[in-house]
Design a protein around this ligand. Structure first.
Ligand code: 26Y
Length: 809
């Protein structure tokens, strides 16, 4: 956008006056933020309209996702509009602290982890590549919970992110659609097979559109978030009948619950029903809007798949398959076969996990009661699919039952998604191989052409340009500003990897961020950390397979060594943790308590000369990640091999020059191939070794406990009163390793991890060598740009033609 500093100042002061009726000097940071965001909203509105007009002809992509983990938007809008420098200069002149203003923005946390942040990265990439790709999600009234620590324990506080309003959403009441739950369906035979759906509960889906601004181009795409609202109810309550009024209130509460929280507690039947309601609500509303838009564009439905691609992010929106069938057949009178080929040609599916507990299934009774018409369709899909299987595997009932969409009273959403789409992709080479060869091997044999890999990628705009502007500027000076459009240009850093002048600049930037982070950590936790220590960061959801305990056990072991030999030559290290545990996941919550207790013990111990410090930062979210990235020396990516489909944190850290210590899993393997094995520290069991252990039914952890003194000491310390909190507090963790089989093979990888940590320290001590590793990581990060991944999706899956495909791959 073209606007100079003075003009911006004039518009901003005008906005402050109009909104707040007082001079700038008297406004709070919050009020200043309001004025800035309101001005940005004005700027975007006009561009949005023009972009929509231009896009009318081309094929549109709709990315359906139950999560969109957006992070703060204002600074990203400024960057993408090309206004950040102008605005920073304008505020500097006005004596206003832009960074403080930006901190008053809520962090929209409409997601919980990798899958949701990936969806947000792809929105950013689609707009940056000028492709008409839109997000469809839910407008949760409360975001993923806010995490507080009380006595080291996680407490979940509702995330009331809408309390002061969300300036970047545009409510479109006129485009609301109706969603129907429950009731009865009866076949009506009058020439064609039709169904009458009666006695259902009707809910309004109201869209709120959020603009997605492309980087330095004219594109503004849309993220459409649906909100559940009751039909008009006030007239019922004004009537005299009190019972009607109570029923109306109940209806209103039930409806509003649909978009109240992300992942409602599924330990009760009501909770499970609510989740399924959310899934149907999202898919039905999105597809109705997509078909309405097609009609507005005067495109016949028979050409649907030439003009629309619907992508489902994991199986949560897999009801798109039967819902699209319903719309085509019931609402538009199409026959089954034509509807089916259009559905399959339109829909594509990404699998994000092979963890058995995350492969969604629904009990038939629950499903049928909530979605009776959809159930009839799923049943028909299943029958036709099983007939096809019979043709191929006549008489092989076991095979057919294993692949069926409905079996043993449950509906398997992954099977539905695979049967009903033309493309199924994994998110890293290893993950796709495991899908093809193991988890979905039957399907791969049956549909070899559907399966493909799309290794994840992330956006350099948020995680480098926004998070680390100083580094972004240094990269621009060194390889040319074009790297922003073509992240592979970062390969141009390679000749500078060993250049001491360049290394020193990089080191100075990192040191600046470390000292800033140290001040923030002191402020937030009261713990003083040394900016010259190694910052070793482990941030992600807390989960057994992500093995925060492996990191913690190594820290305990280091501490034990220091206690035994206080003069030990150890490079001071700060271990930083962050991450939320699912509220119902007891062991994960206890892991937080355990690491906090360990931190307490170590940080208070004056005898170790501050050689190690441990902090667990509260409420890890996108904004906190952005502060950690530029200040991190070592990034922990240590899942049990084969369990982490890809991981995306690994990519965000390397683009900021952190060095990974990691297992040979998911994206780490491809990062190692790109940066070279000298520039990453890998260790531990391979995926095939892990899978073989699982096939043998596990291993005996007592062998390691009894055979490795270090492991025995650390495990005993969980239950002998070594940690604050008492000897029984952490027993479930102890038991999970020794009595429940160490499912994630932490003890099995312990020795290799300790060796890898030693190797890491050895390399860190050679400062020049370490910095050259750091440079090489940044240089190779271009391959892990979401623009690259997204272009692959566009060409291979959605059959779009990007204007200028991301070059150099
Ligand atoms: C149980 C069900 C409701 C469910 C809820 C959330 C199932 C899955 C999920 C979330 C999965 C997820 O975030 N997966 C992650 O996706 C990333 C993006 O592809 C991967 O990088 C990461 O390895 C994977 O764990």
């Amino acid at each position: 956008m073209n606007i100079d500093k003075e003009e911006f100042q004039r518009q901003y002061l005008d906005k402050v006056a109009k909104l707040h009726g007082k001079p700038l000097e008297e406004t709070s940071d919050g009020e200043r933020y309001q004025a800035l965001s309101s001005l940005i909203r004005d700027y975007i509105g006009q561009r949005w309209l023009l972009s929509r007009r231009r896009q009318r002809q081309g094929k549109q992509v709709y990315y359906l996702s139950i999560e969109f983990l957006l992070g703060r938007l204002t600074d990203m809008y400024l960057i993408n509009l090309g206004l950040r420098d102008t605005v920073a200069a304008a505020f500097f002149d006005l004596g206003v602290d832009l960074a403080a203003i930006l901190e008053s923005e809520e962090d929209p946390g409409l997601g919980n982890g990798g899958l949701g942040r990936l969806a947000a990265c792809y929105l950013d990439s689609m707009a940056a590549e000028s492709l008409p790709g839109h997000g469809c999600g839910l407008r949760y009234r409360y975001g993923f919970f806010e995490q507080d620590f009380v006595n080291g324990r996680q407490i979940e506080v509702p995330d009331d992110w809408l309390k002061t309003g969300f300036i970047y959403e545009f409510r479109r009441s006129d485009e609301a659609v109706e969603i129907r739950f429950g009731g009865t369906v009866t076949p009506e035979l009058n020439g064609k097979l039709r169904y009458r759906h009666e006695n259902y509960e009707s809910v309004l889906a109201v869209p709120y559109d959020v603009p997605v601004v492309g980087h330095l181009n004219d594109t503004v795409n849309t993220l459409r978030l649906w909100s559940a609202e009751p039909h008009r109810t006030d007239f019922v309550c004004s009537a005299t009948n009190r019972n009607d009024c109570l029923k109306t209130i109940e209806y209103k509460n039930d409806v509003e619950a649909i978009t109240s929280v992300l992942y409602p507690d599924d330990s009760t039947r009501d909770g499970r029903v609510l989740r399924l309601k959310q899934h149907y609500f999202l898919t039905s509303a999105s597809l109705q809007a997509i078909l309405a838009d097609l009609a507005r564009r005067d495109i016949p439905l028979t050409r649907l798949s030439d003009h629309v691609a619907v992508h489902i992010n994991d199986t949560h929106p897999a009801l798109a398959v039967p819902e699209l069938m319903r719309l085509l057949i019931d609402e538009h009178g199409m026959g089954w076969d034509e509807a089916w080929s259009l559905t399959v040609a339109t829909i594509s599916y990404t699998n994000h996990t092979i963890m058995p507990e995350a492969l969604e299934t629904w009990p038939v009774d629950l499903f049928q009661a909530l979605l009776p018409r959809i159930f009839v369709i799923v049943n028909e899909i299943n029958e036709r699919f099983c007939r096809e299987l019979w043709q191929r595997y006549p008489g092989d009932w076991d095979h057919i039952r294993a692949m069926a969409v409905i079996a043993d009273g449950t509906i398997r959403m992954a099977h539905l998604a695979i049967a009903g789409s033309h493309s199924v992709n994994g998110v890293a080479q290893l993950h796709t191989r495991i899908l093809k060869e193991r988890v979905m091997s039957d399907f791969h044999q049956f549909y070899p052409d559907k399966f493909n890999n799309k290794t994840n990628g992330v956006t350099h705009r948020r995680f480098l340009i926004k998070a680390n502007p100083q580094l972004a500027a240094l990269l621009g000076e060194t390889v040319g500003e074009q790297w922003v459009q073509y992240p592979c240009d970062l390969l141009g850093l390679l000749p500078h990897a060993a250049d001491p002048a360049f290394q020193d600049k990089l080191a100075a930037i990192r040191r600046w961020h470390k000292s800033k982070l140290a001040a923030q950590i002191l402020d937030a936790t009261g713990v003083r950390i040394d900016p010259d220590s190694i910052f070793d960061t482990h941030v992600k959801r807390i989960h057994g397979y992500k093995r925060q305990t492996l990191n913690a056990f190594h820290i305990m072991h280091l501490y034990n060594r220091l206690k035994a030999d206080p003069g030990m030559d150890l490079t001071p290290r700060t271990f930083i943790f962050g991450g939320k545990a699912a509220p119902a996941y007891r062991l994960a919550k206890l892991t937080i308590r355990f690491i906090n207790a360990l931190a307490d013990k170590i940080n208070r111990d004056k005898t170790i000369n501050d050689k190690i410090k441990v902090v667990f930062l509260e409420n890890y979210n996108v904004s906190l990640l952005e502060k950690l990235l530029p200040a991190t020396d070592v990034s922990e990516q240590i899942p049990t091999a084969s369990r982490e489909a890809c991981g995306t944190g690994n990519m965000k850290f390397i683009m900021n020059g952190s060095v990974i210590i990691g297992t040979l899993d998911g994206g780490n393997i491809e990062i190692r191939n790109a940066v070279g094995e000298d520039n990453i520290i890998t260790f531990g069991l391979t995926a095939d070794e892990v899978l073989n252990i699982y096939e043998r039914g596990g291993y005996n952890p007592w062998d390691i406990y009894c055979g490795d003194e270090r492991v025995k000491t650390v495990l005993d310390q969980l239950v002998n009163g070594f940690l604050p909190g008492g000897p029984d507090e952490y027993r479930p963790i102890f038991d999970s390793f020794l009595h429940h089989g160490d499912h994630f093979l932490v003890l099995k990888d312990f020795a290799a991890y300790v060796d890898a940590q030693k190797e890491l320290e050895r390399r860190y001590r050679d400062r020049r060598h370490w910095l050259s590793m750091s440079v090489r990581n940044i240089a190779h990060s271009g391959k892990f740009s979401g623009d690259r991944t997204f272009t692959e999706y566009a060409v291979d899956i959605w059959r779009l033609r990007p204007e200028a495909p991301v070059r150099c791959y």
